[in-house]
Write a protein that binds this ligand. Structure first.
Ligand code: C2E
Ligand code: MG
Ligand code: MG
Ligand code: MG
Length: 291
């Protein structure tokens, strides 16, 4: 997408507004064309090492620059794509594009882990792991550099089937992250058996840190659980210095949130990583990394 397009904010299609049936049909038709028209782009949000603030990798987040409606949130168009059978073509594009970008960064001298989000429908695709393996080969990427983020609620949904998919992904060699942890209903015995490497604490818990004492105890317990299961633990949605301080003190491994960086274009991310802009350069960051 054009460089200037990144500066716009979500306008008419905030997730909270109910999207009427007519609008959904319009968006669905537009979405069908969006892939071909290069209106979709992956933005990347850094994950940083909690003790040092150094970048460890980035999560790919889909962005849709609609030609007339501006930026449309994935929280709006992904549910539509899922409902109307478009999520697999979109998801396949994400996998390919993230691997292509990882290769481009590698060629620039930037060794960056990349994470992609997977929808429940993608997990039901019989050839998902094979597809991911092919994309990795196409761009000659070490599978360990790719993480698949799967939400806790999806991971726990159909235990037997999900375990098979996880095993196939693990065989390909990619890492698996349990996203939005704390919002689903985990079975601990099942969680223990899952071949995952990472657990991401949902933003709702992070938000309440420093405000609500329960939140701190819950996050402490989740971090200890992750440690007991030998999972790396990441906190999402870190916005304040206070949340950062608490998470660091509790031993959280990695952090993600607006305090460090908003999701940004691939080009901006490579500038960010190359210049090693630290968490203190607030004004500079503000000017560079609008959504
Ligand atoms: P997620 O995977 O849990 O991603 C985190 C969301 O939180 C992102 O929203 C990110 O921009 C936002 N975020 C990060 N840090 C902060 C913060 O400090 N404060 C606040 N308020 N928000 C923060 P985004 O990009 O709008 O994506 C929303 C959701 O849409 C994602 O949640 C994910 O479930 C889904 N999504 C995005 N891209 C894809 C994709 O390529 N495939 C699939 N299947 N789902 C995607
Ligand atoms: Mg995610
Ligand atoms: Mg998440
Ligand atoms: Mg989330």
């Amino acid at each position: 997408a054009a460089k200037g397009a990144g500066g716009s904010t979500y306008c008419f299609y905030e997730p909270r507004m109910s999207t009427g049936a007519r609008e959904q049909v319009d968006l669905l038709n537009d979405l069908r064309r969006a892939l071909a028209n290069r209106e979709l782009e992956l933005y990347y949000q850094p994950k940083v090492h909690a003790p040092s603030g150094e970048i460890t990798g980035a999560e790919a987040l889909m962005r849709w620059h609609h030609p007339t409606r501006g930026m449309i949130s994935p929280a709006v168009f992904i549910p539509i794509a899922e409902r109307f059978g478009l999520i697999n073509p979109l998801g396949n594009w994400v996998i390919d594009e993230a691997c292509r970008q990882a290769r481009a960064w590698r060629d620039e001298g930037l060794r960056m882990r990349v994470a992609v989000n997977l929808s429940v429908y993608q997990l039901r695709q019989a050839d998902l792991a094979e597809r991911i393996g092919e994309a990795l080969q196409r761009y000659n990427i070490n599978p360990k550099l790719l993480t698949c983020e799967i939400t806790e609620s999806v991971a726990m949904e159909d235990a037997v089937e999900t375990m098979k998919v996880f095993d196939r992904l693990a065989q390909v060699g990619v890492h698996i992250s349990i996203d939005d942890f704390g919002t689903g209903y985990s079975s601990l015995s099942y969680l223990r058996k899952l071949p995952a490497e990472e657990l991401k604490i949902d933003r709702s818990f992070v938000q309440d840190l420093g405000i609500n004492e329960d939140a701190e105890r819950v996050v402490d317990a989740v971090i200890k659980l992750a440690q007991a299961l030998q999972l790396k633990v990441v906190a999402e949605g870190v916005e304040t210095e206070q949340q950062y301080a608490i998470l660091r003190a509790l031993g959280c491994d990695e952090l993600q949130g607006y305090l460090f960086a908003k999701p940004m274009s691939a080009r901006t991310l490579s500038l960010w990583a190359m210049n090693d802009i630290g968490p203190k350069d607030m004004d500079f960051r503000e000017s560079l990394y609008g959504d």
